[in-house]
Design a binder for this molecule. Sequence first.
Ligand code: ZN
Length: 375
Amino acid sequence: MQEAPEGYVESYSGISVTTTPDRFGVNFFKRFDVVLNALDNVDARRHVNRLCLSAETPLIEAGTTGYLGQTMVIMGKQTECYECQPKPTQKVYPICTIRSTPSMPVHCIVWGKELYKLMIGSAPDSMLFEDEEGDKKSTFMSPVVNERLKVEEKPSPEKLLKYTKSALTALFTTEINKQLGMDRYKGAKKIPVAHDIEAMAKGLEAGVLNPPSESEGGEKRVWTNEECCQEIYCIVSEMYTGATSPPDIFSSSVAFDKDSHVAMRFVTAAFNLRASVFKIETNSYYTAKGVAGNIIPAIATTNAIVAGQEVFELIKILKHGKDKVMEVCKFTYCLRAKTRKGFFLQPTSLQRVRRWSRRGTRQGRERRREERIWE
Ligand SMILES: [Zn+2]
């Protein structure tokens, strides 16, 4: 890319196109002859897809999962777009499983993500948020949410430690004991055991920040419960007083993001504390990140193949013009096993946009479409 003459290729990194619509609106996309996607999530793809459609700019879209990949070209009024086919929705777990009866690590990871919103971020958006109206008194809303400290007052290390300890006690001691008292786990295979947070947090000293995530191999080993308390205290301190902390940590803009190191550290620590209460297998930061982000390992060669395929489509568009996309461009699958003809790449014709289609869709293609990958 650096070899391209100035002005031909523009690259932007570290900017979210979905949260900065003013900067990356239709006019931004109208400036280009063609747009190539190299994205890692469905939201960003939808966003670029919609803007390219309204800007009438051809879009070359690609994705990979392990050995599988695909490249497609989207041109408004000619081909079907990124959103013409429904995408498989992310797996959702029943709220009661997350809140009180987790049985798998993933349930505790989802809980950790929700707790992140409750402690840092927009609390009402969290699945764990409890409405305290009437006689339904929550054991943890007050210590976790109502007693959040004021960021602008730069709370002292002592206050931060006190807040962390009381929030963790509410979540891992009081709440668990309350549920046990309600006989919720009568007859359950595994009976949860509340943590003694006071004992676990004994070694914590106000102002002493030694997050286990930064210890040697810290991301690959499973932290002890004591270390998880330490990690959460460090994150709370960093979020309230750190130089890089966002101005309003309680706004919905501080949503969980698997690529945020601080969010994943928090989720790992909260997940492990929760999992050990319910006698569920604990895991490392590294493993938790894989689950939290639903990450399927990326293979560099597959990425290189689909990127190369994108460039082929780019050349075709530059050569023939955007009016000929339907005729000259292809939807190409990158396969794991060779086709009967001995190829790993299988180009198929692009699907015409629905309302322009005269014939019904072929079954084979219908089936293939379900196999498409959107990561
Ligand atoms: Zn569409």
